[in-house]
Design a protein around this ligand. Sequence first.
Ligand code: UTP
Length: 484
Amino acid sequence: MNTLGPSLDTARQRLEGIGQDHVLAGAASLSQAQLDALLAQIDALDTDHLPGWIEKYVKGEQSFETPTNIQPAPCYPADPDSPKRPWDKAKARGAGEALLRAGKVACFTVAGGQGSRLGYDGPKGCYPVGSVSDKPLFQIFAEGILATSKRYGAPLPWYIMTSPLNHDATVAFFEQHNFFGLPADDIVFFSQGSMPSLDKSTGRMLMSAPGVIATNPDGHGGAIRALWESGSVDDMKRRGAEHLSYFQVDNPLAGVADPVFLGLHAGAEDSSGEFSSKMVAKAEPGEKVGVFCSVNGRVEVIEYSDLPDELSSQLEGDGSIRFNAGNIAIHALGVPFIEKLATDPAFELPFHRAIKKVTHVNPETGETIEPGEPNAVKLERFIFDAIPLAGRSIVYETKRVEEFAPVKNAQGTDSVVSSKAIQTERAAGWLERAGVSIPRKADGSPDCVIEISPLYALDAEQLAARSDLPKSVAPGERLLLDDA
Ligand code: UTP
C-alpha cells in the first residue's frame, strides 16, 4: 500500500485528459516504490503530443505517397576510376586523415535496439561474433578504435547509445572488460528515450507489469535528441570533435572511421558535411534494404516496402539494377547538424510504426496476456529521415564483403553464421591481395576460417605491409591474426 498524494492526483488528471487513466487502475495496491516509479514514468510522457501521435500512427491509415520525381541518388562509385563518375580518392583520404590526426572525429554506435530477432539475453554488443575468436561486437569495434587512434596519433572518442533497457548491462560489460584497452574517459555511454508501447486497436498504453507502463526504445532516430539531451553534443564540442562516424552495433565489418568516407563527407563539393552515407549495390532487385534515391534533387532513403515494383525492378542498359544503392546504415554526421536538428522543432523526425507482439498485463485484474498475434504498435524514429534535412548529402559506394556482415537473426540470412562467413571472405581477400595462398572450395568460398583483428590490420594495405604474414593457409585451418 502507498500514500496517495497530490502527485497521483496530478498524474490522474493528465492521464484522464488523454483517455489513458487505465494505467492507474491498480495504483492503490502498489508499494510506495512501485508507485513512485510509475509516477516518474507518467511524468516523462509527452502527453501534449501523444494523442496526436496515436491518431496518426496507430488509428490512422498508414500510406506512403510515392513522390513523382524519384531518381537513383548520385553515388561516388567504389572504383574512383569508374567512367560513371571518376573522383579523387587520394584527395578524399588526405582530407579524412587530416581530420583524424587533428582529433576532429568521434565514433558513434547505436546500441539501444532490443535485438528481438536475435533472441539473445543481453545487449547485442556483447554477442560473440568474431569468426575464430568469438570476440563480442563491442570488442571488435573497440579494437578498431584503438588501432585507428594509434594510427593517427589522436584520441578517437566513442559515443555509445544504449536504451533504458540495456544501459546498465552495457556499461557493466565494458567495466568487466576494462574498456577493452581504451581510455575509459574516451567512451561516453548515454541512453536514448523510450515510447510507450500501444495497443494496436485502441491506442491504449500497455502495462508490462502491474504499475509499469510497457515501453520500447524510440528508434535509432532517437539518437538526435538523445545526443543533445545527454550533453554528448556539448562533450563533442569540448573535445573538438566536428564529425561523427556512425555505425550500428550489429555489423562487425563496419569500419569505425574510414578516412576516405570522412574526407568525402567533410570536403566534397557536393556535400554540406552534414549527413553522408555509405551504400552497397543491392544483391537483387527485391532485396529488403532501404534504397538511396533522389527526390526532387534531395537524397533520401525509401524503404524497400515503399519503393514501387516498377521502380525497384528497373534495369540499366548494362543489366545492372537502376535503384541499386542499398542502405547499410554507415553514416557520417556533422556535429553542428545534430545540434540544429535537436534544437529546432521544425526538424523533428517523424515516427514509424512497427507492429509487434508485446506480453502485457490487464491493469484492472493483473492477469498476464500472452498475445497469439502481434498486438502492439511500437513508435520509432529512423536516423535516415534526417538525410533530406541536410543541405547536400552524398552517398559513397562500398563493397558488401568489405563492410557489411550484420547479425540480425538467430539463423539463416544475416545470422552469426553468415556474418562469420563474410568476415572470413573479407580476410581471405585481404590475404590473397598480400600474396598469401588461400584454400578454396569448389564453390569458390574459403576452405578455412580466418579472423583479422583490427589491431593486426585495419585494412588490406596495412595487412600487406606486415612482415609476419603466413605464406599460405592450410585447408580447414582456423587462423586468427591478432596483435592483442
Ligand atoms: P534494428 O533495426 O536491427 O533493431 O537496429 P534491433 O532492435 O537491434 O533488432 P530487432 O529488430 O529487435 O531484432 C539497427 C541498429 O539500430 C540500433 C540497434 O541497436 C542496431 O544497432 N537501434 C535500434 C537503437 O539504437 N535504438 C532503437 O530504438 C532501435
